[in-house]
Design a protein around this ligand. Structure first.
Ligand SMILES: Nc1nc2c(ncn2[C@@H]2O[C@H](COP(=O)(O)OP(=O)(O)O)[C@@H](O)[C@H]2O)c(=O)[nH]1
Ligand SMILES: [Mg+2]
Ligand SMILES: [Zn+2]
Length: 300
């Protein structure tokens, strides 16, 4: 009998999962129906079967996972065992700060580190974003200023990414693909290898894929805008997930304070006193509103 081995799911292929073994080889693995959903980044136990294929026997416990809403009020796992999400922004297209806050909140809630990357610093509009970015720096987030066009700031960002598993996120057009290409000179080799296993001809880039960065660490390249669900978050959890609110939580007059119009709210008072960024607070109110409707939806 062949021995059971460990591996890492690097992407979904048409007929199964591409699993990387201990030596970096890709094996096309089938799964059992009752195994549950395996996601890119999952660590699995698998055994070889006919040909050069394998069978996944078990998904090993995840240290983190990101999910997105799916049909029927369910969720699907976008990526497993992530250590870090980079929220990529740019002067063009104009930043969607609400999306940025939403991603940061989800990461906070799921114990995944997050940082901000301002790309296209070669454009004249970049300095105008400094004020908004300072709110995040004072909340304790790392902010990296780069240009994939000129190469500025890339080395500093690479030093952060060379441990653990990272994913880029953010609006379309901010430069995620450009940054991925700058970080992964061997990307096409991997795509070629996956194509060879998929039996589908060229590996389609519609599936999130895990790559090894040349200096260590991994990058999960997820096509399109990864939508991280807020739906599974309770209103009190959203406030907790706003890092800059933490010093004030528990100091409101009422235990069940929602930090909206409640009397004696320490969060509001901090905004009024100018010690908490009002822009972040305004976006908290908007996200809280969205939570409200999401909850009603699933309850109704
Ligand atoms: N000026 C400038 N343009 C950039 C930079 N990085 C990417 N772009 C351009 O921005 C557009 C969108 O980039 P892309 O990587 O496809 O963004 P994505 O949708 O987030 O994957 C493309 O036209 C890129 O050439 C940069 O650092 N400076
Ligand atoms: Mg892209
Ligand atoms: Zn409050």
């Amino acid at each position: 009998m062949e021995e059971v081995r460990e591996g890492r799911v690097v992407c979904h292929l048409g007929k199964g999962l591409a699993v990387e073994d201990e030596n970096g080889h890709i094996v096309l693995c089938h799964t059992r129906r009752r195994l549950g959903d395996a996601a890119v980044g999952d660590r699995v136990r698998w055994e070889p079967c006919e040909g050069e294929q394998g069978r996944v026997l078990e998904i090993l416990p995840r240290r983190s996972s990101l999910v997105r809403p799916a049909y029927g009020g369910r969720v699907r796992i976008v990526a497993a065992n992530l250590d870090r999400v980079c929220v990529v922004l740019a002067p063009e297209p104009e930043p969607d700060w609400l999306l940025a806050d939403q991603i940061l909140a989800v990461c906070e809630r799921r114990d995944i580190a997050a940082l901000l990357v301002l790309n296209k610093t070669d454009l004249p509009g970049a300095p105008a974003l400094d004020e908004a970015l300072r709110d995040y720096e004072s909340a304790g987030y790392g902010v990296f200023r780069i240009s994939t066009r000129t190469g500025a700031g890339l080395d500093t960002l690479k030093q952060v990414l060379h441990t653990g598993c990272s994913m880029l996120s953010g609006q379309s057009g901010v430069g995620k693909s450009s940054l991925t290409n700058a970080l992964l000179p061997d990307r096409n080799l991997r795509v070629g290898e996956l194509s060879a296993h998929s039996g589908l001809g060229r590996h389609t880039t519609t599936s999130a894929t895990l790559y090894h960065l040349p200096e260590g660490g991994e990058l999960i390249d997820s096509p399109g805008v990864a939508v991280f669900g807020l739906a599974e978050m309770a209103p009190t959890e959203l406030a907790q997930a706003y890092r800059d609110f933490r010093p004030y939580l528990g100091k409101c007059r009422f235990n069940d304070c929602r930090h909206v119009k409640d009397k004696g709210c320490a969060v509001r008072e901090a905004v009024e006193a100018g010690t908490l960024a009002s822009a972040r607070y305004e976006r908290y109110l908007k996200l809280l509103d969205r939570l409200g409707s999401a909850v009603e939806f699933s309850a109704g």
